[in-house]
Design a protein around this ligand. Structure first.
Ligand code: ADE
Length: 259
């Protein structure tokens, strides 16, 4: 998986992916991250890439030519590396106006060989170059950041951990034992007792099947309490549906929680 990030702050991107699991995945050649500085494609001595908006208003707008030429340079490089069977590389523009980012979109993007991520700054980018090169628009949430670099890092992190090998052999990016989209079950490690709180007995039992069942139930409980919108009975396995009915009956018996 190769990411090509068009940005005014390449160091921010390269720093952001240089640590922990992504840093190791790059060192192992599982993913590659290239940051292309849009400023390198400026048309003036001052290296400006922005100008005042037509029609007036606050702030500056990123000009079309440097963005287009940065994209063109990256596209040519990708084409020369791909050789035969060139596929049009998706260009993802990070913007609060985009599709809300999700695990499903991360899965979809992880299937691509190359991805171009476009980061805006100032008050935006000239619409004409967006119309010409962008294939996807993604938002990482309903709030406005100062630029697209942090959103691009979020997307690269979520996509990279789905690339085979990135999480290592033992870790699975998506818990295959659960069919639904549930929140994490609680985890514990040594010491067995901490500030008077014991580790749940079942986790010390060594009984793998009981541990699996306990974790599934904990995941479902947490999800029902904190993110009921993620629960989809239609996607449940028989086992999950049975647990779900029991937990629903339980919550009705004890009334709504005060949380
Ligand atoms: N650029 C600025 N804010 C953003 C957001 N919330 N998501 C994606 N890109 C952005």
């Amino acid at each position: 998986m190769r990411f090509h990030v068009l940005t005014l702050f390449p160091e921010m991107i390269l720093q952001g992916v240089s640590h922990s699991i992504l840093g190791r995945a790059i060192a192992d050649g599982l993913i590659r991250v290239e940051a292309v500085n849009i400023r390198d494609f400026s048309h003036n001595k001052q290296l400006h890439v922005d100008d005042a908006p037509f029609g007036g208003g606050a702030g500056m707008v990123m000009q079309a030519p440097p963005v287009y030429e940065a994209w063109e340079a990256v596209s040519q490089k990708i084409a020369s590396e791909q050789g035969e069977g060139i596929r049009k590389t998706r260009v993802v523009f990070m913007t609060p106006a985009g599709r809300p980012f999700s695990q499903e979109i991360a899965r979809e993007l992880a299937a691509e060989e190359d991805l171009i991520l476009l980061c805006g700054h100032y008050e935006g980018i000239d619409q004409r170059v967006i119309d010409e090169i962008v294939t996807d628009e993604i938002s990482i949430g309903d709030y406005v950041l100062t630029g697209g670099e942090l959103p691009a890092l979020v997307v690269m992190d979520a996509v990279s951990r789905l690339v085979p090998g990135v999480l290592g052999n033992d870790d699975s990016a998506e818990d295959e034992s659960f069919s639904g989209m549930y929140l994490e079950y609680p985890q514990f490690t040594r010491p067995r007792e901490y500030h008077g709180r014991e580790v749940p007995e079942v986790l010390l039992s060594g009984h793998h099947e009981n541990i699996r069942k306990w974790r599934l139930e904990q995941s479902m409980r947490t999800t029902m309490r904190k993110r009921p919108d993620l629960i989809d009975p239609a996607r449940m396995s028989k086992e999950e549906a049975k647990i779900y009915r029991r937990l629903l009956a339980e919550s009705e018996e004890y009334g709504p929680s005060s949380e």
